[in-house]
Design a protein around this ligand. Structure first.
Ligand SMILES: *[C@@H]1O[C@H](CO)[C@@H](O)[C@H](O)[C@H]1NC(C)=O
Ligand SMILES: *[C@@H]1O[C@H](CO)[C@@H](O)[C@H](O)[C@H]1NC(C)=O
Ligand SMILES: *[C@@H]1O[C@H](CO)[C@@H](O)[C@H](O)[C@H]1NC(C)=O
Ligand SMILES: *[C@@H]1O[C@H](CO)[C@@H](O)[C@H](O)[C@H]1NC(C)=O
Length: 779
C-alpha cells in the first residue's frame, strides 16, 4: 500500500512538472509576446549624476502616496533604474560630504532617506536632523546660458554671450526642463505638459534624439477594441450573399461557384503550375505573424483612460505602441463605457459631472459631444445598468443617486433624466470601491454597492431608485475585500467523481463574497451573501491573528471563492483559502429544478442554501491582488492570477486549490480516478515558470488592475496589469491545445501522404496480380 502511494505522489509530481513545462515562459518567449511600458510620471526635479555626465537623477510623484527616484540616461532617453520610496518627497540633493550619495527629503515631515548613487543601497534614513546637502539650484541652467526669444531658443557662448546654437521651439513648448553644457551637451524640453524631448548637438545644430510621453500614469479604466482582418470582410460578404439566396441549393451553388472561381484564380496567378501552387500552400503556415495575430484575435487595441483625462489607444501586438491619443480636457476621469454593441463609441464620465462621447470607429477618434450631467455635483462612481440601453446609475459624493440615460439617437446634449430621487440618508463614508450586480426580475433591477462600512442594495423600479436593503458592519470592523460572482459560461452542472457519481455545483448567480476585518478580536470573516435578499448564506471566521497591514483580496469564480490574507500566528505567512459551493455534498443529489434552469425565486424566499467545502493553503509570497483568467468559452481551466507585493505577476491553476483534496495517503482508489484530482498539500509552491513577468522590473503602483482579455483561441488569454507601468502578456492555463506548434512539419506530413498514395497506386495492381496468379496456382 505504502509503495503505491509514494508512486502515486511521484506520478502527480511528474504530471505537475509536465503540465507546467508546456505552459512556461521560456527565454525565447520572454520579451517577444510580452511588453511593458515603463513610466516615470510627470517630472518634478532633475539633478545631474556626479559620476557620469550622461546620467541624471529624476524625481517624479506618479501617485499621491509614493514617489519615484530614477536614474536616467540623458543622451539616449532610457530609464536605467527606478527606485520607489514609501513616502512622498519634494527634494533630492547630493550629500555635501559624499558626492556619491543622494538625499531624499520630505520637507514638511522631515522624513529622509540617503542612497548610494552607484548601487542604490539605502545608506541611512531618519526623521529630523536631515544631513547637510550641497544646494543645487532649482533650475539646471542660468539665463546667461540659454535665452528664449519669440519662437527661438539660443544657447549662448560663455564668453561672448552670442548665440552659439539655435533651435526653433516645437509646437506646445512649455519650458526647458534640463540643460547641461559639459560634454555631452544635453537639452530637454517639456512640451504639452507631459512630453519630454531630448536634444543633442551634431556639429552645428541641435537635433532631437529621443522623446518620452508621461501621460500614461494612473490608468483608471480601459476598453478593448478588436482589430479585424480585411479578408474577414470578404468572407462576411459571401456569407451574407448565401443567407440572402432563396433556397439551400442556390446557396450551395453560390458557394461552389465562388470557391471554384477562387481556385481558378489561384491557378492563374501561379501560371497553372501545380508545383507553385503546392509550394504556396506550404508557405501558408507562414511566419506572417500579423495574419495569425488577426486570426487568433491577438490583434487588439487597448484603450486606456487616465486619471488626468487622457485617452489613448495602444497596439497590443506592437509592444503597446501608441496609435492615437486625445486630451479630453477634463478635471479627473472616472469611468468609460461602450455605448453600442459594435464598439464604435465610448462615453466617458468625469469627476466634476461632465460626460463626453468619443467616436473611435475611425482611425482617428474624435470627441463628438461634451455636456454636463443634469444634476451638478461631484461624481463618485458610475454604474452601467443595462448592457445596451445606455442607462447609468450615477452616485454623487454627497450620496445622492441619479438615474441617467444617454440619448444616442440624437447624440445631442439632451439626456433623458428619469429621476433624481434619493431616499437614503447615509453618513459619509470613504468608498472602498464599487461593484455592481444588475439583475432583472420582472423589470426590476437590483444594484449592489459597497464601501468600507457596509453593503447597500438599491432596487430600480419604474425609473426610481429605492433602497432595498443594507448590511453595515460593527464599529471596529471594516470590509476589506468584496467580489461579485464572475459571469462565466457554465459548461457542466456538476463534477464527476471517481466512482462516476456527480456533485452538483451551486450555480445561483446573485451572490457576492466579502471579507470583514475585526480589529478588536483580530479575526477575519468570510461571508457569502445573496445580493437580492441580503441574506448571509455562509460565514467562516479565521482566528489566526490576521495582519491588516498586508493586502487582502477575494475572487469569486463559477462555484468557488478564493481569498488571501496574511496571518501572524503561529508563524507569519500568507494564507490562501478556497471555498467551493455545491448544491449538496451528497453525490448525485440535485436540489435545483432541472426544468426551470435554476430559476430560484429569492424574493419569495425560495432558495436552496449551498453546502460548502473549504481548505486553507500557505503561499510563499505576499499576494497583493488576484483576478481570474478569462477565455472565450470558459472551457480552459481557470487560473488565479496574482500580483505579488514584490511586483511580480504569477498564476496558479484553480485545480491546485482543490477544496475536496485529501492528503495523498488518505486518497481512496475512487478518489484517484477523478479527473485531475490533486492530493491536498498545505503549501502551494511558486514555480519559476509561472512567473509571467520573468526578469522584468515592473512597478505596478498602488492601485493597479490585473485584467484578463479572452482571445479567439480558447486556450489563450491576454493578461495585462494596468498601473504605473503597463504590462501585457499571454497565458495558456491548460496548455496550447488549439494551436499547432510552429515546429509541426506540415511539409513532411504532406510528402509522406503523397509517397504513400504513389506506393499504393503502384503496389495495388501488382498485389491483385499476385492474388489472381495464386488462385490459378501459377508459380
Ligand atoms: C547612454 O546612452 C548613450 C547613447 O546611447 C551610450 O553611449 C551610453 O553608454 C549610455 N550610458 C549609460 C550610462 O548607459
Ligand atoms: C510629506 O509627508 C506627509 C506625510 O507623510 C505628506 O502628507 C506630505 O504631502 C508630504 N509632503 C510632500 C511635499 O510630499
Ligand atoms: C503639442 O500639442 C499641439 C496641439 O495639440 C500639437 O500640434 C503638437 O504637435 C504637440 N507637440 C508635440 C511635440 O507633439
Ligand atoms: C546633423 O543632423 C542633420 C539633421 O538630422 C543631418 O542632416 C546632418 O547630416 C547631421 N550632421 C552631421 C555632421 O552628422
Amino acid at each position: 500500500m505504502k509503495i503505491t502511494c509514494t508512486a502515486l505522489v511521484y506520478v502527480f509530481i511528474s504530471l505537475f512538472l509536465n503540465t507546467s513545462c508546456v505552459q512556461a515562459v521560456f527565454s525565447d518567449d520572454a520579451f517577444i509576446t510580452d511588453w511593458q511600458l515603463a513610466n516615470l510620471g510627470p517630472w518634478k526635479k532633475i539633478i545631474p549624476d556626479s559620476r557620469d555626465p550622461s546620467r541624471v537623477v529624476i524625481l517624479s510623484n506618479p501617485t499621491e502616496t509614493s514617489c519615484l527616484v530614477s536614474s536616467f540616461n540623458i543622451s539616449s532617453g532610457q530609464i536605467l533604474f527606478r527606485n520607489v520610496l514609501p513616502f512622498t518627497i519634494d527634494e533630492i540633493q547630493l550629500d555635501s560630504n559624499d558626492y556619491n550619495a543622494m538625499i531624499c527629503v520630505n520637507s514638511s515631515s522631515q522624513h529622509w532617506q540617503k542612497f548610494d548613487l552607484h548601487d542604490w543601497f539605502l545608506l541611512d534614513e531618519g526623521i529630523d536632523n536631515v544631513p547637510s546637502t550641497t544646494i543645487l539650484p532649482q533650475s539646471s541652467y542660468s539665463n546667461d546660458q540659454v535665452s528664449i526669444k519669440d519662437n527661438e531658443l539660443c544657447i549662448l557662448d560663455e564668453e561672448s554671450k552670442l548665440a552659439e546654437l539655435k533651435l526653433e521651439l516645437p509646437q506646445g513648448f512649455n519650458k526647458v526642463e534640463y540643460f547641461q553644457r559639459e560634454d555631452p551637451l544635453a537639452l530637454v524640453l517639456n512640451v504639452n505638459d507631459t512630453q519630454y524631448i531630448g536634444f543633442s548637438v551634431n556639429d552645428t545644430e541641435l537635433v532631437p534624439v529621443w522623446q518620452r510621453d508621461e501621460w500614461l500614469t494612473n490608468v483608471v479604466d480601459y476598453a478593448v477594441l478588436d482589430v479585424f482582418d480585411s479578408r474577414d470582410v470578404e468572407l462576411n460578404k459571401d456569407m451574407k450573399a448565401e443567407l440572402n439566396s432563396n433556397s439551400l441549393w442556390n446557396a450551395y451553388w453560390l458557394r461552389l461557384t465562388t470557391n471554384w472561381n477562387r481556385f481558378i484564380n489561384l491557378l492563374k496567378e501561379n501560371h497553372f503550375s501545380p508545383g507553385r501552387v503546392f509550394t504556396r500552400l506550404l508557405a501558408l503556415d507562414s511566419k506572417d505573424t500579423t495574419v495569425s495575430d488577426l486570426k487568433f484575435g491577438f490583434a487588439k487595441t487597448l484603450i486606456v483612460l487616465t486619471h488626468d483625462g487622457f485617452i489613448g489607444g495602444l497596439d497590443m501586438i506592437n509592444k503597446g505602441q501608441l496609435i492615437w491619443k486625445l486630451d479630453l480636457e477634463i478635471d479627473q476621469s472616472i469611468k468609460m463605457f461602450w455605448t453600442d454593441k459594435n464598439h464604435d463609441e465610448l462615453v466617458v464620465f468625469s469627476h466634476d459631472g461632465h460626460y463626453l462621447t468619443i467616436e473611435v470607429a475611425n482611425d482617428l477618434p474624435v470627441i463628438k459631444s461634451r455636456s454636463s450631467l443634469p444634476e451638478s455635483g461631484t461624481v463618485d462612481s458610475v454604474i452601467k445598468l443595462n448592457e445596451h440601453k445606455c442607462q447609468y446609475l450615477i452616485k454623487f459624493e454627497n450620496k445622492g443617486h441619479l438615474l441617467f440615460k444617454l440619448n444616442l439617437r440624437k447624440n445631442l446634449d439632451a439626456p433623458i433624466v428619469y429621476n433624481n430621487h434619493t431616499s437614503c440618508d447615509m453618513p459619509f463614508f470613504e468608498t472602498l470601491g464599487l461593484e455592481t450586480l444588475g439583475l432583472f426580475i420582472n423589470e426590476l433591477t437590483f444594484v449592489t454597492e459597497h464601501d468600507k462600512n457596509g453593503i447597500y442594495c438599491y432596487r430600480i423600479e419604474n425609473d426610481a431608485v429605492k433602497e432595498a436593503w443594507q448590511r453595515t458592519v460593527k464599529s471596529k470592523e471594516k470590509i476589506m475585500a468584496y467580489s461579485n460572482r464572475d459571469t462565466t459560461n457554465s459548461n457542466t452542472l456538476g463534477i464527476t467523481l471517481g466512482d462516476k457519481s456527480v456533485l452538483y455545483k451551486y450555480l445561483y448567480p446573485n451572490l457576492a463574497a466579502y471579507l470583514i476585518a475585526n480589529e478588536e478580536h483580530h479575526t477575519i470573516t468570510f461571508n457569502l451573501i445573496d445580493t437580492i435578499t441580503g441574506e448571509i448564506l455562509i460565514t467562516q471566521e479565521h482566528k489566526d491573528s490576521p495582519d491588516f497591514r498586508f493586502p487582502t483580496d477575494i475572487v469569486f469564480g463559477e462555484y468557488w471563492v478564493v481569498y488571501s490574507y496574511f496571518s501572524s500566528e503561529p508563524v507569519p505567512e500568507q494564507k490562501l483559502v478556497v471555498v467551493e459551493l455545491y448544491e449538496s455534498l451528497t453525490p448525485d443529489e440535485r436540489l435545483s429544478d432541472s426544468d426551470k434552469h435554476f430559476s430560484y425565486d429569492p424574493l419569495t424566499g425560495n432558495i436552496n442554501k449551498p453546502q460548502f467545502q473549504t481548505k486553507q493553503f500557505i503561499f510563499p509570497e505576499i499576494i497583493k491582488t488576484m483576478s481570474i483568467s478569462k477565455t472565450t468559452d470558459d472551457i480552459t481551466t481557470k487560473a488565479i492570477l496574482m500580483e505579488l507585493e514584490n511586483g511580480q505577476i504569477t498564476y496558479i491553476p484553480k485545480l491546485l486549490l482543490n477544496a475536496r483534496g485529501k492528503p495523498a495517503e488518505e486518497m481512496a482508489k475512487d478518489n484517484k480516478k477523478e479527473f485531475m484530482a490533486t492530493p491536498y498539500t498545505p503549501i502551494i509552491p511558486i514555480n519559476d515558470n509561472f512567473i509571467i513577468t520573468h526578469f522584468r522590473n515592473l512597478l505596478p503602483g498602488s492601485d493597479s488592475q490585473l485584467i484578463s482579455i479572452p482571445t479567439n483561441l480558447e486556450s489563450t488569454s491576454i493578461i495585462c496589469d494596468l498601473g504605473l507601468d503597463i504590462f501585457c502578456t499571454r497565458i495558456t492555463p491548460s496548455g496550447q491545445f488549439d494551436l499547432m506548434s510552429p515546429t509541426f512539419e506540415k511539409g513532411k506530413l504532406l510528402i509522406t501522404i503523397l509517397i504513400l498514395l504513389v506506393i499504393t497506386y503502384f503496389i495495388r495492381p501488382s498485389v491483385s496480380n499476385k492474388k489472381l496468379k495464386s488462385q490459378w496456382l501459377i508459380k
